[in-house]
Design a protein around this ligand. Sequence first.
Ligand code: GAL
Length: 648
Amino acid sequence: MKRTLGTCYYPEHWSRDIWEEDAARMAALGLTWVRIGEFAWSRIEPSEGAFDWAWLDDAIEVLGAAGLKVVLGTPTATPPRWICDKHPDMFAVDAEGRPRGFGSRRHYCFSHDGYLNECRRIVTDVAKRYGRNPHIAAWQTDNEYGCHDTILSYSDAARQAFRTWLRARYPGQGNDGDIDALNAAWGNVFWSMEYDAFEQIDLPNLTVTEPNPAHVQAFRRFSSDQVVAFNRAQVEIIRQYSDAPISHNYMGRITEFDHFAVGEDLEIATWDSYPLGFLEDRVGASAEDQRHYARQGHPDFQAFHHDLYRAVGKDRWWVMEQQPGPVNWAPYNPAPLPGMVRLWTWEAFAHGAEAVCYFRWRQAPFAQEQLHAGLLRPDSVAAPGFFEAEEVAEELADAPDIGNSQAPVALIFDYDAAWAWDVQPQGQGLDYFALVFDLYRAFRRAGVSIDILPPTQRQFEDYRIVAAPGMMTVPDDLKSALTEASAHVLIGPRTAARDADFKIPVPLPPDWPALDATVSRLETLRPDMPIPVSGGGQVKNWFEHLEGGAEIVFTTGSDMPIVLRSGRTSYCGGWGDDAFFDRLVKDLCAQADVDVLALPKGVRVRDTATERFWFNHNPHDVDSPAGPLSPAGVIRQTLADKLDQVGG
Ligand code: GAL
């Protein structure tokens, strides 16, 4: 497939006089896509029922006439002031009971029916008007569900909707649910928390001490379902008027809703990649790595999301917003090392992206994002990112297509598990994403390419290793599918530790077919009390005491088992530091016949069926088996070279 480039453009921010020139410059740069419209509600419908389509008709025509394909966003992430005045209770409410205010974006509550109807109305109008427009080649619903902590809302609308959701989950006679079933499932006999009726159930905020984890987990599942329903409402409308593919732009390390479930309703998953913005407070990197990668971004964080969203998009995915220079919203906002904008773009393609679009075309001289770079400066002079985009466009013009391929290793990512860890972390700062990402990084350091899979996956053919760390609730048919798979399977810590209602199952976890291992006790560890692993590395954060007759693969310095194995199934009871996870990954790869590489720090590879891509995320030169790599260097190696030089 031919990979393409694009940008995000806001014609409503600029004088009409420069639209033609902007469009011509985009086309000359080699861009294919331009995303517009996603925040433009106040200009499309300045007051209720009074539409101004002329400017948007004109903008689409200007862009299309220049040969660009338009991705049109629905404007529902930014309800204008008049809508909020009409529905004063449509604001999301935070856990302290405070309504979010007007004056930025994403201030709506997903459960507010009045707002949902406004969305249906505007999406219908937009889709009717542009659904058959030849320049509209794709759609985007809303913008970044979950940005600014906006999935969980403790509003009255959410409370009512939650009760309805619970009735359906614990069905009884007629339309009412079975409250006794809910009480039993949640264990509400504890602390006299039993209910007589669904109308008594509140949202799990403002309790004296922690609420029942089963209650909170139910609320998390409900909140995710509200996002799915909100998105689906838009999709169903757009489909009536358009055949163009529909996408949504997801984010980095947002786990508050099930992206796989949203993705089921969409043709394309996109995500917004801000490698330097993420580095300081989303990656979880050490202070030393934050310094080392300050201008390059973490070498695994973007790759993880590329692999994740490839799965969410069922193999069709893009980067919808690529950082082109300094951003404005991170704790510190350095400029990228020269070459990194190019590297990030090629890395996305190597992981299978169909398109990479830069955010944004021109830096805005006004409002919240004044200090966020674009491809152009506010005075329309090209910024450094422009020239790197140009370089990629030129390289793409002559480059052979990039093939897709299945990786040897699969990692299951389960949003439900992320909520379960949030609900019951059992220790400060312990979360599911961090655990999965730590293991992912260890595979990457070993030079192994990875596919991320949804928890609904049941086919594991062709994988040599499948890992499902920390997946707290595992349905029986997934246990069976993993047991029957020919792959080596790695589970634990905390895999299968809870049933679907957040209870500890008996027999005790993991209760895994054909694995003679039981978690008899667990403890969490202060950061300053890691447990040494015999032979090297440490267990940090989380440590399970394991019993059973399975083979002992790794032990602590005092001979307690950390990893037990029966046949092809291994259970790891500890959250390893990098040194231990490196050993665990190498042991598994040896068992499963997966080749590993000795990569210099900051160098990563990604394999397709015919090629190996090498990326240098360091600010200095390195030697790689594929040849010298300059800072931000990229080498594209064909399979023949790969076999010759790396020795398979
Ligand atoms: C994204 C968002 C964009 C813009 C950008 C700035 O989160 O979708 O609208 O705000 O960040 O980096």
